[in-house]
Design a binder for this molecule. Structure first.
Ligand code: FDA
Length: 305
């Protein structure tokens, strides 16, 4: 309910303009965003590596309205991959890509164009030993995103995708995709979805997460357990054994960093989702919507300045 309300308010263009233009937003934004350019994100990656953590990198941006912007996104990821390779940071790391940043929703040709763009990107990434995972956006995009995933996997079998426990359909998608080595990032889901397609109560989403986790754990797939939820992490530590081999934990940059280190120290592979770039508003709004305390902190920082 709270999250739904925050996302509705955040969708208002006047709110967007006010928040993005205000320098007062920056200190709170920087808790969740690693930096605005490649150089600052490289520094963050090095620091995370020093702590024994791996990364998946998100060049921020989504819902483009002009097809030309897709090439800007692809170009930015290419520069990033080149810089990772130059710095010796490519191997074992990953990029996360939103297909709406590649024009998936731009007309009838959108899904095919986005597939073509992400295929080019994947070819570049895999040449340098960088994995690719498709983020999942709202429920209307799932079929197209999974279709893109199938195309990608024909040439890049390690290409991964996100599945959202909150959606009723996900259990079926997990069963279908949980084949040998299939990299599946299981999340709860960050979008405001209608009751016709998604669980509305947190306890139901949590239960669905655990059901899907158990399916993955018993399959030959490679589960990427993306959550900060202490209860689910405890369950995952029990069902995914042995530590560090056939699965990994993933968390967002700036959230539960102590727990990230604890899991890495226990021998698990831990990957941090590191967003960077100037187009941070959509990502930032979802982080505020996930937790009333974040919103309170953000509002206090604006008022007390
Ligand atoms: P839950 O929301 O129950 O939080 C559990 C605990 O974690 C909280 O009590 C708090 O301590 C901490 N926490 C969670 N969110 C926090 C926040 N914003 N700030 C501070 N503390 C917080 N979603 C999606 O729809 N599509 C996608 O592609 C992705 N991709 C993705 C990648 C990775 C690596 C992660 C970790 C998450 C995503 N998500 C996502 C987001 C996901 O759907 C979900 O909204 C968040 O992870 C929050 O849910 P939790 O599972 O952490 O549980």
């Amino acid at each position: 309910m709270f999250g739904r309300m925050v996302l509705a308010v955040a969708g208002n263009p006047a709110v967007r303009t006010t928040v993005t233009a205000s320098p007062l937003s920056r200190p709170v934004v920087s808790r969740f965003i690693a930096g605005e350019d490649v150089e600052s994100v490289l520094a963050s990656i090095k620091a995370l590596h020093d702590d024994g953590l791996r990364v998946t990198l998100d060049h921020l941006g989504e819902d483009i309205t002009d097809a030309a912007q897709a090439q800007v996104t692809v170009g930015a990821y290419r520069v990033l991959i080149n810089r990772l390779a130059d710095a010796g940071l490519a191997d074992g790391n990953e990029i996360s890509v939103k297909l709406s940043a590649l024009g998936q929703s731009l007309g009838a040709e959108g899904p095919a164009r986005a597939t073509e763009a992400v295929w080019d990107l994947a070819a570049h990434a895999y040449r340098h030993g960088v994995d690719v995972t498709l983020d999942m956006e709202d429920h209307t995009t799932v079929d197209d995103t999974l279709e893109t995933l199938r195309t990608l996997r024909a040439d890049f079998p390690r290409a991964g995708c996100v599945l959202q426990a909150m959606l009723h359909r996900t259990e079926g998608d997990v069963r279908e995709l949980a084949v040998d080595g299939s990299r599946i990032r299981l999340v709860k889901g960050a979008y405001a979805e209608p009751a016709s397609v998604a669980y509305q109560v947190k306890a139901d989403v949590d239960r669905a997460y655990v059901r899907n986790l158990r399916i993955l754990a018993e399959s030959p797939a490679y589960p990427m357990v993306a959550t900060h939820d202490p209860r689910i992490i405890r369950i995952a530590e029990q069902v995914l054994t042995p530590a560090g081999s056939e699965s990994e934990f993933q968390m967002l940059y700036g959230i539960r960093t102590g727990e990230q280190l604890r899991l890495a120290d226990a021998g698990h592979t831990v990957r941090v989702y590191v967003p960077y770039g100037t187009d941070w508003y959509g990502y930032f709004s979802r982080r505020l919507a996930e937790r009333p305390a974040n919103m309170g902190f953000f509002l206090r920082s604006l008022v007390s300045a």
